[in-house]
Ligand binder design. Structure first.
Ligand code: HEC
Length: 150
C-alpha cells in the first residue's frame, strides 16, 4: 500500500514539471552548492546499504531520473546527470545537502527532498509528514555516492 501510494505520488510529482518544462538543472559550480553537516544516527554509515537504496526503485528510486555505474540495472533514467563521478564533483556535505532537500539548492528541481518532513512537495499520502529516507539511510547513500570517483 505504502509503495503504491509512493508510485502514485511520484507520478503526480513528476507530471507537473515534465508536462510543462523539464527542470533539469544546469551544471553548477561546486563552490555555489551548500554543504550539510552529518545527521545524528544510531550507527556508522553503511555505503553498501546506500548502494542498495540507490538502485531500489521503491526506496530511493534514484534511477527513475539518474543513470550511473549500476550494470545490473537495465533501465536508467535520463532526466538528471549520471551519478558516476559524483564523489569527485561534490563533497560529502554537498551530496548530503542535495539529498536532504534538493529544492534548497535549485528551487525548480524535480528531485524530491528525501529528508524533509514538511513543505509543499507532493508525495503519496503514506509519506505525508514523513521523510522518504531516514537519517541512517541519508548517511548510507551519502557515503556510497562519495565512493563514486570515476
Ligand atoms: C525525479 C527525478 C530525480 C530523482 C528521483 C532523483 N534525482 Fe537526483 N537529481 C535530479 C536532477 C534533475 C538533478 C540535477 C540538478 C537539479 O535539478 O538541481 C539531480 C542532481 C543530483 C545530484 C548532483 C548530480 C551532479 O553531479 O550534478 C546527485 C548527487 C543526486 N541528484 C543524487 C540523487 C540520489 C542519490 C537519488 C535517490 C536517492 C536521486 N538523486 C533521485 C533528479 C532526480
Amino acid at each position: 500500500m505504502r509503495r503504491v501510494a509512493l508510485v502514485i505520488g511520484l507520478a503526480a510529482w513528476l507530471a507537473g514539471p515534465i508536462a510543462g518544462r523539464v527542470a533539469v538543472g544546469a551544471p553548477m559550480e561546486k563552490g555555489a552548492v551548500p554543504e550539510a553537516a552529518p545527521l545524528a544516527t544510531s550507527r556508522p554509515p553503511d555505503p553498501a546499504n546506500g548502494r542498495r537504496i540507490v538502485v531500489d526503485r521503491r526506496r530511493g528510486f534514484c534511477l527513475l531520473c539518474h543513470s550511473g555505474p549500476f550494470p545490473e540495472e537495465r533501465f536508467h533514467g535520463d532526466l538528471a546527470p549520471s551519478l558516476a563521478g559524483a564523489g569527485l564533483r561534490w563533497s560529502e556535505g554537498q551530496i548530503r545537502a542535495r539529498l536532504i532537500d534538493s529544492t534548497a539548492i535549485n528551487p525548480d528541481t524535480i528531485m524530491p527532498p528525501y529528508f524533509k518532513s514538511e513543505g509543499g512537495y507532493r508525495l503519496g499520502r503514506a509519506f505525508a509528514g514523513k521523510p522518504i529516507l531516514n537519517a541512517e539511510e541519508i548517511e548510507d547513500v551519502t557515503a556510497f555516492l562519495a565512493t563514486l570517483r570515476d
